[in-house]
Design a protein around this ligand. Structure first.
Ligand SMILES: [Zn+2]
Length: 235
């Protein structure tokens, strides 16, 4: 339950960062998140502003690291400037903008084409995301069959729904209660083995909810080179 928010600021790496503080009932510790242009703290009631700031400062190196990673990622995900590059399944595709409406976006021979009536960044992004979804759906359909069979049917479990969502903090989530796996559309930027590893990871949660030794035993049994595949996502 969210009850109050208030803004502080901290000097991180020589730059002033706004810190949004949200106090929640029932929280035991401070949680720090690095958002695009500010920091976010969730904490229990009764933690002073000074304690919050010293917590933030104790994480300065991590914050700077996270920012660097975010910057690298935003370069990878750069969407929509002529001459720019979008990574598509691990391959850099040069962006070509054209006018026309026949096919809003497609990938061909090292280039990604956008044909839009008005190639604004927003339209390009929408066209890109639609194309990414379509491709990911296709890959997932091909890939899930073996896990439906070997994991679900072999254990008498119902087949999960698989949804796609633009998520920045996770590659995949498995909601056991609703029997739904959600994958991040950002997987489109990385080699296909990344998607394969995340999909298996989430299917393995249908058998073992937690990340314990049993979980990884399942993962490695079904995908002996899991670590190698998932590594492509650690940019
Ligand atoms: Zn997991």
């Amino acid at each position: 339950m969210v009850s109050s928010a208030r803004q502080l600021s901290a000097l991180i790496g020589g730059k002033t960062e706004p810190v949004e503080v949200t106090r929640r009932r029932g929280m035991r510790r401070l949680v720090l998140r690095v958002a695009e242009d500010h920091l976010r703290i969730s904490c229990p009631y009764g933690v002073s502003e000074q304690e919050i700031l010293s917590f933030v400062y104790s994480r300065e190196a991590w914050i700077l690291d996270t920012r660097r990673r975010q910057e690298r990622e935003s370069r990878i995900n750069q969407e929509g400037e002529t001459g720019g590059v979008i990574y598509w399944l691990g391959e850099p595709e040069r962006v070509v903008l054209r006018s026309g409406e026949r096919q809003p976006a497609y990938v061909d021979g090292g280039q990604i084409f956008f044909q839009l009536s008005e190639p604004s960044p927003k339209q390009v992004q929408a066209a890109f995301r639609a194309l990414a979804r379509q491709k990911l759906q296709e890959l997932i359909t091909g890939e899930r069959e073996q896990w439906d069979l070997r994991i679900c049917q072999a254990s008498g479990l119902p087949l999960p729904q698989i949804a796609l969502r633009y998520m920045t903090s996770r590659w995949g989530v498995c909601h056991l209660r609703t029997n739904q796996i959600t994958l991040s559309t950002r997987l489109i930027h990385y080699p296909e083995c990344g998607l394969q590893a995340v999909l298996l990871h989430e299917y393995a949660h249908l058998l073992v909810p937690r990340h314990d030794a049993r979980f990884y035993a399942v993962v490695h049994r079904f995908m002996p080179d899991y670590e190698e595949r998932i590594r492509v996502l650690k940019v």
